[in-house]
Design a protein around this ligand. Structure first.
Ligand code: F6P
Length: 543
């Protein structure tokens, strides 16, 4: 198997990046009036403008050559047909089956997988209806009014992102909360406002062994038992979302109140499975179906569209261009939408847990850097904190701007948001040279001397690349499309880098060491761990 940098296309891209080194986006725009038309793609109500990337007409064809050399199309087929492409765990990565609508002739073992998927979806539908109809009651006979999802990583990030994004679609008679942190303050703060008689806990854990989630689940169980005065109350107040039936039963949850999913669903790709139950409860099953419809529409596009007009493929290749050829070690995701405020956190797990790897699928060191550091905050908040560094810090930091054109609520401030989004991406792209800065100072009434003194401080180098993703509206359907777009982007990047995007061995060592420390606080030998834990003991004993 090929390491990415040994490919001919990679060498050609390296040379091409060298040729482009002196080019400025401002000049690229000045030299090509068709740049937007040339470098933007639309799929229904989703538009990707990548004209503000540091690319020319030669760049995309070279990147596409790289994708073809890495056999992206073959691997795409392998994923859709359910081959065990997660080779270290010998599993398929079939999250696309979770949102497959109708028959699915192209899935290996398709009928079996799809029967399971449909069965669990139907069970979710029945349960959601029961809760909404007030038939799910707590120990005192009162209907459920609050739902707390106890989960971490993929068992909370997707649902919490969707729950926030779909706020206008939520029911008013049911509140949904998310508790992830093992710090008991997270759960305590959540429970402070809740009535145990009307609270339902969803224990969301693929493995059902995750330390943080199980600690929170045990504390929640104690809270219910203390309030009800009987252990039998647990049965009415808990449901489980998991692949691990035994552990669910051992915890004390009846298998009849377990919504299963399967080992071929990766944690960070699991929103579409039973893990989405909290979202379905919040927005109703019809909206949850529409979320799946949207993701499916993106699957169909990804599966069928030629690479050159394929949104996830193009997005993936632009990311590779920025990080591997232009040398950007990070990228910022900036949604200009309060409802998308958790998107950066979702993308962090998706991209960094999937592709933060250093060996190829066959265990050789990768000869290129892999996933960039993903970070971000919603706009315009971000403009008032770290945008200074994006504009003048001198580092190459690509940005994905995400905007929503039509709001769902009257009095929305979309105009203000979008004016800022477009202004920031334009400012980052073109910058302002010293001469322009001096002119602006003089126009603002400064003397020539003062203008000259201030100009260097008011100069912006520009040439900062960005994508803009524009959604017509943010609905269950477009949200599904957006999240699936990034999922497939992540997969394509993993294929080009030659790595397995679907395992996460990197998280294991820290878990093991934490277990050792919990058993014996002197277990670790290094001086720092010893010193820190000695201080912990000293303060704990005196505190
Ligand atoms: O530790 C990482 C991880 O395994 C993620 O991949 C996963 O999303 C998260 O923990 C939660 O795992 P689980 O759903 O099994 O509790």
């Amino acid at each position: 198997m090929h390491n990415p940098a040994t490919r001919r296309a990679w060498q050609a891209l390296t040379t091409h990046a060298e040729e482009l080194r002196g080019a400025h986006l401002r000049e690229l725009f000045a030299g090509d009036k068709q740049r937007f038309a040339r470098f933007s793609l639309r799929d229904g109500d989703l538009l990707l403008d990548f004209s503000k990337q540091r690319i020319t007409q030669r760049t995309l064809p070279l990147l596409l050559e790289l994708a073809r050399a890495a056999e992206v199309e073959t691997w795409r087929e392998r994923m859709f047909s359910g081959e065990p492409i997660n080779t270290t765990e010998r599993r398929a990565a079939l999250h696309v089956a979770l949102r497959q609508r109708g028959a699915s002739p192209d899935l290996v073992g398709g009928s079996e997988v799809m029967a399971d998927v449909k069965r669990v979806l139907e069970r979710m539908r029945e349960f959601v209806t029961r809760v909404h109809d007030g038939e799910e009651t707590g120990y005192s006979g009162k209907p459920v009014r609050a739902v707390v999802n106890l989960g971490i990583g993929g068992s909370t990030l997707g649902p919490e992102t969707a729950h926030a994004a779909l706020a206008p679609f939520r029911r008013e008679d049911l509140r949904v909360f998310f508790v992830a942190n093992v710090d008991s303050d997270d759960l305590s703060e959540c429970l402070a406002d809740l009535d145990p008689q009307t609270t339902l806990f969803i224990v969301a854990s693929k493995s059902f062994t995750t330390q943080e989630t199980m600690a929170n689940a045990r504390a929640a169980r104690d809270w219910i038992i203390a309030a009800a005065g009987s252990e039998s109350a647990v049965a009415k107040h808990f449901v489980a979302l998991s692949t691990n039936r035994e552990a669910v039963v051992e915890f004390g949850i009846d298998p009849g109140r377990m919504f299963e999913f399967w080992d071929w669903v990766g944690g960070r790709f699991s929103l579409w499975s039973a893990i989405g139950l909290s979202v379905a409860l919040a927005v109703g099953m019809q909206n949850f179906d529409e979320l799946l419809d949207g993701a499916h529409a993106m699957d169909v596009h990804f599966h069928a569209a030629p690479l050159s007009t394929n949104l996830p493929v193009v997005l993936a290749l632009l990311g590779i261009w920025n990080s591997n050829f232009l040398g950007a070690p990070t990228y910022a995701a900036i949604p200009y939408s309060h409802r998308l405020r958790f998107l950066p956190a979702f993308l962090q797990q998706l991209e960094m847990e999937s592709n933060g790897k250093s060996v190829t699928r066959d265990g050789q060191p990768v000869d290129a850097t892999t996933a960039p550091v993903v970070w971000g905050e919603p706009g315009t908040n971000a403009q008032h904190s770290f945008f200074q560094l994006l504009h003048q810090g001198g580092r190459l930091i690509p940005v994905d701007f995400i905007g929503v054109v039509n709001g769902e609520r009257p009095g929305g401030r979309q105009r203000l948001l979008l004016a800022n989004l477009v202004a920031q991406s334009a400012a980052l792209m073109r910058g302002q040279d010293t001469e322009e800065a001096e002119r602006a100072c003089r126009a603002a009434g400064f003397s020539d001397a003062e203008a000259a003194r201030l100009a260097p401080h008011r100069t912006y180098p520009g040439n900062q690349p960005s994508n803009t993703l524009l959604l017509n509206r943010l609905t269950p359907c477009t949200l599904g499309k957006l999240l699936a777009l990034y999922e497939h982007k992540t997969f394509v990047q993993g294929i080009v880098w030659g790595i397995n995007s679907f395992d996460q061995w990197g998280v294991e060592l820290g878990k093991q060491l934490a277990g050792q420390i919990l058993d014996d606080e002197t277990a670790l030998e290094d001086a720092s761990s010893k010193g820190l834990l000695a201080q912990v003991r000293a303060w704990r004993d005196s505190g």
